[in-house]
Design a protein around this ligand. Structure first.
Ligand code: OGA
Ligand code: MN
Length: 278
């Protein structure tokens, strides 16, 4: 059987989640199929967020499917991580409070993850969705004079900036702990090897290099507000068994509020990127 026959028989269908971003893939019968993985990666590249409902993956299956998309990282020592605000389920629960603000993961690393996969194991009764905003679409939609303004600007990202949004009045001990994490400078507009452009903004964006603090804050806030306008956002309301994968290099994301004592439990895998931040 030739590739195109398998393609036809695989029965995969794609449906846009919103006009600007996101794609739902249905009719996936074999997650071990290389063709399925290739089509998912292609869809992810152009749509930023990929949803497959009702897969009900267990940990091993999630790691295996992630492995079909690239190299699975183990950022906290294991390949699969539990996202829960319950300290009994997640030793890093405290830091997860930062995920309620728009952010991009890995802005303080040299190379951001290519993709992140979340699967829903338990959902909150109220709230607890995840929102995604495409900085590719946001950049493309910018007026020419704004593009010119942003050209050549550089941003420093820090863990401290993202934690200050959660704890506006930190203790010296907290500040010291945040500052023990490395900061990282990137270009504000990332001109990628493939010619696409995205923005390095969100909660970790601390300041623009060489700009007065207030001006810098205003510019970063303005750009975040622009990038998270309704037409650039997809809100995912989780059902148990859903798989959502996002392009972490260009998509902002945030968790929507939920009761911290709720059952909400997600499992997360991270797929290595290859292009360093510019
Ligand atoms: C993450 C994240 C959002 C959520 O895992 O990186 O931001 O909805 N999660 O749990
Ligand atoms: Mn995140």
């Amino acid at each position: 059987m030739g590739l195109s026959d398998r393609h036809l028989h695989s029965g995969m269908q794609t449906t846009a989640l919103t006009p600007a971003l996101g794609v739902e893939v249905s009719g996936v019968d074999d997650l071990t199929d290389d063709l399925v993985a290739a089509r998912c990666l292609e869809a992810l590249k152009w749509r930023g967020v990929l949803l497959i409902r009702g897969l009900d993956l267990d940990d091993e299956q999630q790691i295996a499917f992630s492995g079909k998309l690239g190299e699975v990282l183990a950022p906290v020592g294991k390949k699969i991580f539990t996202v829960s605000l319950d300290p009994a389920k997640n030793s890093m629960a405290e830091y997860l409070k930062g995920t309620f603000n728009w952010h991009i993961d890995d802005t303080t690393n040299d190379v951001p993850a290519k993709a992140t996969m979340l699967t829903a194991r338990h959902v909150a009764m109220v709230g607890g969705g995840t929102e995604f905003a495409s900085t590719y679409v946001a950049y493309e939609s910018l007026p020419e004079h704004d593009r010119k303004r942003y050209d050549g600007l550089r941003v420093v990202h820090s863990f401290e900036a993202s934690q200050r949004l959660v704890y506006p009045d930190p203790s010296d001990k907290q500040i010291a702990a945040w500052r023990s994490q490395p900061t990282h400078e990137t270009s504000l507009v990332w001109n990628r090897a493939d010619g696409r452009r995205s923005l390095a903004i969100g909660a970790t964006a601390d300041h623009i290099v060489g700009m007065r603090p207030q001006e810098s804050r205003e510019l970063l806030d303005e750009l975040l507000a622009w990038s998270t306008r309704e037409q650039f956002v997809y809100t995912h309301n989780w059902k148990v068994g859903d798989v959502v994968i996002w392009d972490n290099t260009g998509m902002l994301h945030r968790a929507l509020p939920y009761d911290p004592t709720s059952e909400r439990t997600m499992k997360r895998t991270t797929i290595a990127g290859s292009e360093p931040w510019a």
